[in-house]
Design a protein around this ligand. Sequence first.
Ligand SMILES: Nc1ncnc2c1ncn2[C@@H]1O[C@H](COP(=O)(O)OP(=O)(O)OP(=O)(O)O)[C@@H](O)[C@H]1O
Ligand SMILES: [Mg+2]
Length: 696
Amino acid sequence: MCCVEPNGERWNQPLTDDDRNLAEVPGRLTNQSALAAWPLLQRSRWVWEGNRLMAAAAWKSQSLQSALIAACLAVTAAVFIRLELLGALGTRLAYITLYPAVTVAAVIGGYRAGALATTFAALAASVWLSPLREAADWVGLAVFVVACVLIVGVTDAMHRAQTRALEAEAEAKLAGAIRESEARLKAVVDTAADGIVSIDGTGIIQSVNPAAARLFGYRPAEAVGQNISLLMPEPHRSRHDQYLRDYLWSGKGKMVRFGREVQGLRKDGGVFPMDLAVSETTIEGERLFIGLVRDISERKRAEERQQQLTEELKTSESDARRQQALFEGVFNSAPDAIVLADMERRITMVNAPFTRLFGYDVEEVAGSDDSKLYVDRAEWRRIGDHIFADTVEAPPVPQSAQFRRKDGEIFPGEIVVSGYSDQSGAQLGYVGIIRDVALERKREEAQRQSQKLEVIGQLTGGVAHDFNNLLIVIIGNLEFLEMRLEEDEERALLRKALDAADMGQRLTDRLLTFARRQTLAPERTSLNQIVLSLTDMLRRTLGPSIELTTVLSPSLWPVVADRGQIESAILNLALNARDAMPQGGKLVMRTSNMEIDTAPVDADLQSGRYVRLTVEDTGEGMPPDVRAHAFEPFFTTKGTGRGTGLGLATIYGFAKQSGGSATIDSDVGKGTTVDIFLPAEPSFGTAGSAQERMQQ
Ligand SMILES: Nc1ncnc2c1ncn2[C@@H]1O[C@H](COP(=O)(O)OP(=O)(O)OP(=O)(O)O)[C@@H](O)[C@H]1O
Ligand SMILES: [Mg+2]
């Protein structure tokens, strides 16, 4: 006997350990594994045990071959024993050993063996033991056969009764096993966390477990008997019947499969996402579909949340990248040096202008405190006091400080510092924006100097003009008087007065030049020619201890200026250089063209093209306070009678009146360089107003 599954598959083979585990631990079933376990649940351990008993009860040893062997053996043994007893018994009791032989054959081999044994025994007896010679022999044989038939019949009846009892016992055990299996299955189905719904081939719901009832909001009794499309939202609801029919007809379609995401419809109309696994089976020729459903709303929500978070993360990452790019763009393209430092004032980041300004690379300063940027620690502390002290949020104010570059050079700067903090307000450090203001200061100083000289010029110019007028009158009258005087002694006194008046006139003349009120005689001329024309005379004047060199630009633009004033300026500068080099030295005179862009900031020039005359000596140089006053009239360090202090003043005044300027670059021990800038001739430059200014 064997058990056959409804779909015809044989399953009476012993269960594997995996099968038993699956069948005995239903609580662990997942959606897919529960479906996979469905057939296994039906052939549980007890079912298999009943099957085994049934098989044991089936007494199938009555094959003809075994019956033949049993009969042969029993009869042969009986005949042999009886022949051995011939001496003792003779022909009496010929069948005595054959009865037990038939009985044994029937008991062991069944009715077939009994019948065969009877036949063999009858034949053997009639041949060897009791030959059929007379009627009594025939009667004896007949009695033997009848008796054997009875023995075999009784034995077989007893045998059948025993078999039935065994079968009844096995069937009872099997029925119990099936009931228990069903109860277990029901318990699994009822307690399953997932919904289980079975439908027949027409889509009518056959069973609904409590989880499915809860999920869809129907009582099991309400759902059973309804079409499964009841649990589906449109458009699946309208399509389902046709879909099922097509599947049953063609076997095509995805009716049966694990883990498919679909939508379910609750009784209250709510639609929810669910995971659906469908398996198919056949029971007594009826096709049955079993669906396992699981509400995945929560999972979907979690997935959506995750998706949203991922999107937000991506957005914030790209925002952060944009911010970073923006920050780096601003940070590195800012015109000023920017330094970022932590709360301990250790540098964390610097921009490219910082490297240009201070000469330090990022690696050289990162991690070290920012004191090395300041001229000394007192200055560093002074600036530091402001960084974190401000509790009130006020706009940062620029502070002046002295900074030090990597090469040790000190420069004046302005720094704006402000603390920066994270989103929670916790201070992270400070940002310092540093600007080199050396050029600015120089420009401001040059403007101040220029304004000061202009004011002095206005004052002295007025006085010099009046004095000049007076001197003209004095000189005129003195000359008139000289013609009238006849006494030599008187004439000599008058000559002295006239000489003094002439000196006064020269002096006022120079003052008028400084005051830019000189009557100039501008002409187109070349500075190179003027320099060359003076070199012989200059060499003689300077003496052999001073080496005069000229470096003249071959393509020098011409200028329109007063030649006499230029010559006078060159002579004055050469004499100043000589005075500054009592032990001798080098004097270089250079001419060059210059665009305004390359003009020194202290020249205070308007835009245009200029010709530059540079007079450079290797003399003692000027200390800063001398340099600051050197262009002022009557400023001299040469003592009474040796210098008037008007040389540089007239050069400056002439250059300014000509539309140009003059600058001094000098340091003690490094020599002095004086530059005179004159506008290039208008056709060669844009300083077209030079001529007009000269006419003033
Ligand atoms: N080449 C120079 N080297 C060093 N110091 C100079 C040089 N040129 C001018 N000075 C300084 O500038 C001062 C003013 O010079 P400036 O030519 O105006 O007057 P001076 O030379 O003293 O007198 P003057 O030129 O009227 O004879 C000088 O007294 C001197 O101290
Ligand atoms: Mg001088």
